[in-house]
Design a protein around this ligand. Structure first.
Ligand code: GLC
Ligand code: GLC
Length: 814
């Protein structure tokens, strides 16, 4: 069953009922002002940081889940309704929501009145704009009232939720009514000279307003049935403490078939900190006025929408696919890349599963996200790499998270996740392969955000690499520390080995517990590191790195192989994890994917065996589960992983993030059909018809799908902000379709199902456009037989980079 359809021409997903199984959301904003918006108009806005600069309030885990938003009410006779159905839930005669790239349009029809809301955040401005279009579809005149409503958050979203003894007495607003514009200024905190405020405005003289929530809703009222709306009045309230809100009432007469449009704005204004322009209790409205002048008209709104569409079309034109598979094309061309951009903007901070008040930017997460957007926004990717590297410690280890506003490492969480350093190499290598811009390696970059302690980025990568080389355990495999990619595999959380270094380092270190997964990473990214050294003219260092990688391969082959698959780890007592010898958790997905991706055991035939085991033991119809058999009770020696019931999250859930690793691994072995089968299993476009089971948005990836051991097998959770976006795009664009940036140029190495007869990709790369056609009439799964570049035959599958050539016509025959 589905709840809508893809409109590829408009690059939109069209939702046809407000009653989706979960709120289906979209993101507005791509610079500093953001709004989460659900298909019923729910969600909230913030400036840069969802925790510190929250403009509108959201109630988490509410019932119904999504009942706070930026809403519009229509009072038409005795009927009160919302164009997005929520929160009044008055039945609509028609409904549709279109989530597009950076904008959302939702529309309701009731009693022959149509109300359509288009919401966006314009490029280059810190505000949300809504155009509401009202259309009288009937043959008689209509007298209606339109109410708008937002509930302000008192900026710091955590304080807002808990410090009521203060909050209930700080709220302040100012209302300015004009002939062609009405404004509500939310200025709580302004007196503390923090100089930020919000402006909420409409391009019309209002007939009434409210800024005190209680006045608008009624003491026992709720957003589902605000008292003022029911009465057809407004209280013209001025908030004084308690809960400031913004509501305008417009009384509107619509002649038969007449339409009228209004523009609403919610803007964020920041004045200089020492601004003494007016008396401190009256805010300086200069910037707000400019913003309104700029955007608060229908013409300006329409322009802003056009600009936004141009922005996205241009952005996504960097990689476009034409193939005889509509679903594949819509994921590659639209939704997967769009989701990658959202992970760039949000990291893991704000979604309907991430509250915006919890995590900062993850070191590991952000490095992986880079893989998915580096081709779209190389300049921003460059800055992101330097920001991340600036939080690294001198010894190469890293804070696990950092704060987006201050860009400083988060000391509460600290370090000790021993995979983190290597992800920095992964991110930097992706950037270098994409851009060829080696100057980034010379950028002076602080350690631990200390400007007095800087070194070139190259030195940071060196320390990353050597951190692993110098933190090996008894089997010469990397020490796992607090955890590796799998946050929940906490092998040092309870140690049976009394050891001094372990004691002093608390639970974070440990001299014994080792990770085969990190070994795989070290081999894959250590090779990249060696190549980076070689490019930098450091031949000896490159050779040394290669030699160390070779030793790691030997260590894996010797102590990381379990007979039928790669072992996962050794615990703090030196016991195997992810081995047939274990009672539960005998096989894990991560080392199978990563070791094979790194090429370990390929020539020995172990890679084939490992992937066979994945297929036999971990694969399900909805994707590959993380481990088997699931842990049925809490294992002290393993930590958080077994805190989840069977089939959820890291305990044998289908953790979508690492399914593409296995798919990529299959391409390493040349199994195009199998790689594509794995790709499709978790790919939203192919799953639309099981939306009722899946429940999350049909157009984006979720972090997790409940595994076969779970009661709710097949149900997805944690949509949007997941490394799945970057990894699936890397998989499909670089390994399945095989258009892969390498240090020396673009490589054409498709690995596709034999049923795909060919495809065409247009790829922007290092200032040139590549038109690449791959012909697979031979029904092959991997391998290029002939390659023509601008008419000239080329040996191998690497397109030689020629300076000054800006257009490449590439024809590859498989
Ligand atoms: C979450 C985290 C990610 C981690 C994964 C597995 O997705 O954001 O950093 O690798 O869980 O535990
Ligand atoms: C929990 C989750 C994991 C996530 C982590 C982030 O451990 O299971 O997926 O990465 O929290 O802090």
């Amino acid at each position: 069953m589905n709840f809508g359809y893809f409109d590829d021409t408009n690059k939109e997903y069209v939702i046809t009922t407000p009653q989706t199984p979960l709120p289906w959301i979209n993101y507005l904003g791509c610079e500093s002002f953001f709004r989460l918006i659900s298909n019923t108009g729910g969600g909230y806005a913030f400036y840069k940081d969802a925790k510190l600069m929250r403009l509108t309030r959201y109630r988490y885990n509410n019932a119904p889940l999504d009942s706070n938003g930026h809403y519009y009410y229509i009072k038409d006779g005795s009927t009160v309704w919302n164009p997005g159905w929520q929160p009044s839930q008055t039945a609509l005669d028609a409904y549709e929501c279109r989530h597009g790239l950076g904008y959302t349009i939702y529309k309701g029809i009731k009693n022959e009145l149509e109300a359509c809301v288009t919401a966006l955040v314009p490029i280059g401005a810190d505000c949300e704009l809504n155009k509401i279009s009202l259309k009288n579809l009937s043959d008689s005149k209509k007298n209606i009232s339109l109410y708008s409503y937002v509930e302000f958050c008192l900026w710091n979203a955590v304080e807002d939720m808990n410090n009521f003894q203060k909050n209930y007495s700080t709220g302040e607003v100012e209302v300015v009514k004009g002939d062609s514009r009405s404004c509500i200024y939310h200025k709580t905190e302004y007196r503390e000279r923090r100089n930020h405020y919000a402006v909420y405005a409409v391009n019309a003289a209002c007939d009434g307003f409210d800024t005190a929530r209680e006045s608008f809703l009624g003491t026992y009222g709720s957003p589902a049935a605000p008292q003022s709306v029911g009465n057809g009045t407004s209280c013209n309230s001025i908030a004084d403490g308690w809960q400031p809100c913004g509501s305008f009432r417009l009384d509107i007469t619509l002649e038969p078939h007449e339409s009228r449009d209004f523009i609403f704005m919610l803007g964020y204004i920041e004045n200089p900190a020492d601004d003494k322009w007016e008396a401190p209790q009256i805010i300086n409205k200069k910037k707000a006025n400019e913003l309104m002048e700029h955007f608060l008209s229908i013409k300006d709104f329409d322009n802003a929408l056009l600009r936004l569409k141009d922005y996205w079309s241009h952005l996504l034109s960097g990689y476009t696919l034409e193939a005889d598979d509509e679903k594949l094309c819509r994921m590659v061309n639209i939704w997967n890349q769009y989701q990658c951009m959202v992970t760039f903007n949000m990291s893991r901070s704000a979604s309907y599963f991430e509250s915006g008040i919890g995590r900062g930017m993850g070191f590991r997460d952000s490095c992986q996200d880079l893989l998915g957007f580096v081709h779209l926004i190389p300049d921003k990717a460059r800055q992101r790499i330097l920001d991340i590297a600036s939080t690294q410690f001198e010894n190469g280890s890293a804070y696990h998270q950092y704060q987006p506003l201050t860009k400083k490492g988060n000391a509460d969480i600290g370090s000790g996740f021993n995979d983190d350093p290597l992800w920095l190499i992964a991110g930097a290598a992706a950037y270098l392969k994409e851009t060829g811009d080696y100057s980034i390696l010379d950028e002076m970059t602080p350690f631990d955000s200390n400007p007095d302690n800087q070194a070139p980025l190259m030195e940071h990568l060196r320390r990353s690499f050597h951190f692993t080389s110098t933190h090996l355990g008894p089997h010469n495999l990397p020490l796992i520390g607090r955890a590796d990619w799998n946050d929940c595999l906490n092998l040092n959380c309870f140690s049976t080995v009394p050891d001094e270094s372990f004691q002093t380092a608390g639970a974070s270190e440990g001299p014994v517990a080792e990770s085969v997964f990190i070994a795989g990473m070290y081999v894959k990214y250590g090779r990249d590191y060696a190549q980076i050294c070689r490019h930098a003219g450091l031949t000896k260092e490159a050779d040394d790195a290669d030699a160390q990688v070779e030793q790691m391969i030997q260590a894996v082959l010797k102590s990381g192989w379990d007979g039928e698959w790669f072992l996962r780890a050794y615990d703090a007592a030196g016991k195997k994890v992810g081995s047939h010898e274990c009672e539960e958790g005998q096989i894990f997905i991560e080392p199978q994917g990563f070791c094979v991706m790194a090429g370990i055991g390929v020539k020995e035939g172990l890679a084939e065996k490992a992937l066979e085991s994945v297929k036999n033991r971990l694969d399900t119809k909805y994707g590959i589960v993380l481990l088997q058999p699931a842990y049925t009770y809490y294992h002290l020696e393993l930590g958080e992983i077994s805190s989840y019931p069977e089939g959820y999250k890291e305990n044998a859930g289908i953790f979508c993030h690492n399914n593409p690793w296995v798919s990529i691994a299959e391409t390493v072995l040349g199994h195009g059909s199998r790689a594509f089968e794995i790709y499709k299993k978790i790919c939203p476009a192919y799953l639309q018809d099981i939306s009722d089971l899946h429940r999350t948005e049909a157009y984006v990836y979720s972090q997790m799908i409940a595994g076969k051991d779970a009661c709710r097998f097949g149900e997805a959770k944690n949509s949007w902000l997941t490394g799945t976006a970057a990894w699936t795009f890397t998989n499909v664009s670089q390994y399945i379709l095989g258009i892969r940036p390498e240090f020396d140029g673009l490589c054409i190495d498709p690995c596709i199902p034999e049923t795909l007869s060919g495809f065409t990709v247009t790829r922007h790369f290092r200032g040139a456009v590549y038109h690449i056609h791959v012909d697979n009439s031979a029904k092959s799964q991997k391998g290029i037989k002939t390659l023509l570049v601008n008419g000239t035959p080329v040996e191998g599958n690497m397109i030689p980079y020629q300076k000054d050539v800006t257009e490449y016509h590439v024809s590859a025959i498989m």
